[in-house]
Design a protein around this ligand. Structure first.
Ligand SMILES: *Cc1c(COP(=O)(O)O)cnc(C)c1O
Length: 392
């Protein structure tokens, strides 16, 4: 479009204003116009910074990636349209047919599915192993093994991976160590300080924190790998929408406060649950009865996390009675929201497993995972006291 003087009509972002906004503006523009072909050359060849087309990058994504880079102690991270898009970028963007990867045996359900179904279809072989057992992981290594993908704290039994041991093994064998840091967050655990090569986040969870945006992030220590991840994401359209990035930035501004509050409440709730007669067992990293307590204290530097898992006495009937009686708590398959949410692995994340396999993992019908939110700790404990009493 041209204005009356015949020159290009450009929107004025702040018509007639001498002052500037204190909040990052939302830039939904899909395309960015340049002055001349020479100016475009300057941009493509990196002499000046600029945007061209929003799948290739946009200011709202850059604001989010810069914040996360700073939190993880990295540079050059890539924001993706979901956490699974970040996982996809890593496994499909960095491997080829004939390669092999090893995954932790309690990874996020869709990551497990990617390894079980999609990668083998593309000729990439996969093996699962217990990431707490370095010898078991080592035994699964083949000459073609390119990467090992683990989560520091497992879902939903909160088992601790031996990240330091795995990092040592990966360095020795020239294998990439990829850590999905969603559960632990950069405030609880910094994988690069423990020798990881690549870090993945589902921003959807604690980082954005309000269950209203789906977004992911991936960053490698090596800038050449970051470039490959970025190019693959742009080519395959794994890139995020400006509005989602804008919302995520807003959520991330309060992330640290939310995390500290939620994990302090989670520790209180864990101890409270352990004292209730209807509760068979409680799993929480800072409790001395956690199966990997010593490693948890080392990895999480004495902190916990916002997740508490516990098992009610009783079967499915008790589980149904519990969610019905847990007033104000959503029984919903997510984590990291401002409100406390309940998850029941036997009917959701682990429903595809046989009852025997679930029993092997300790996931009986009475097992719940709690993602602790920002409620008053006493009020929350009272809700659990009543619901557990009602159910058992
Ligand atoms: C939720 C989650 C993912 C996937 O993230 P989405 O944003 O839902 O795609 C990956 N890993 C872990 C550990 C998660 O909790």
């Amino acid at each position: 479009m041209r204005n009356s003087k015949g020159s290009l009509m450009r929107p004025d972002p702040l018509p007639g204003s001498a002052s500037i906004p204190v909040v990052t503006p939302l830039s939904p523009s899909v395309v960015y116009a340049s002055e001349t072909p020479d100016a475009l050359d300057d941009q493509y060849e990196g002499r000046v910074h600029g945007y061209t087309y929003s799948r290739e990058g946009h200011p709202n994504a850059d604001v989010v990636s810069q914040r996360l880079d700073a939190m993880e102690g990295a540079t050059g991270g890539v924001v993706t349209s979901s956490g699974m898009a970040a996982v996809t970028a890593v496994v499909m963007g960095l491997m080829k047919a004939g390669d092999h990867m090893i995954g932790g045996n309690q990874l996020y359900g869709r990551s497990l599915r990617l390894m079980a179904e999609d990668l083998p279809r593309l000729g990439i072989e996969t093996t699962l192993a217990d990431p707490a057992d370095v010898a078991a992981v080592e035994a699964a290594i083949r000459p073609e093994t390119k990467m090992i993908l683990v989560e520091a704290v497992s879902n939903p039994t909160l088992a601790m991976a031996d990240i330091d041991g795995l990092a040592h093994l990966c360095r020795e064998r020239g294998i990439l160590l990829v850590v999905d840091n969603t559960f632990t967050t950069p405030r609880g655990f910094r994988p690069f300080d423990h020798g990881a090569d690549i870090v993945i986040h589902s921003i959807t969870k604690l980082l954005a924190g309000h269950s209203d945006v789906m977004l992911g992030y991936v960053v490698a220590r090596d800038q050449e790998i970051n470039t490959r991840l970025r190019v693959f994401s742009v080519t395959t359209g794994l890139t995020p929408s400006p509005f989602d990035c804008w919302l995520a930035e807003r959520g991330m501004l309060s992330f640290e406060l939310r995390f500290d509050r939620a994990q302090a409440t989670a520790a209180v709730l864990a101890d409270h649950l352990a004292g209730l007669p209807g509760v068979k067992r409680v799993i929480y990293p800072t409790r001395s009865d956690h199966p990997d307590h010593k490693r948890a204290m080392e990895l999480l530097a004495g902190q916990g996390c916002n997740m508490v898992s516990f098992e009610l006495n009783g079967g499915r009937e008790a589980a149904n009675a519990f969610t019905r009686a847990a007033e104000g708590l959503s029984f919903a398959p997510t984590l990291g929201d401002v409100a406390t949410t309940l998850s029941h692995p036997a009917s959701s994340s682990h429903r595809a497993l046989t009852a025997e396999k679930r029993a092997e993992l300790g996931l009986h019908e009475g097992f719940f995972r709690v993602s602790v939110g920002l409620e008053d700790p006493q009020v929350l404990c009272d809700v659990f006291t009543r619901a557990v009493a009602e159910a058992t």
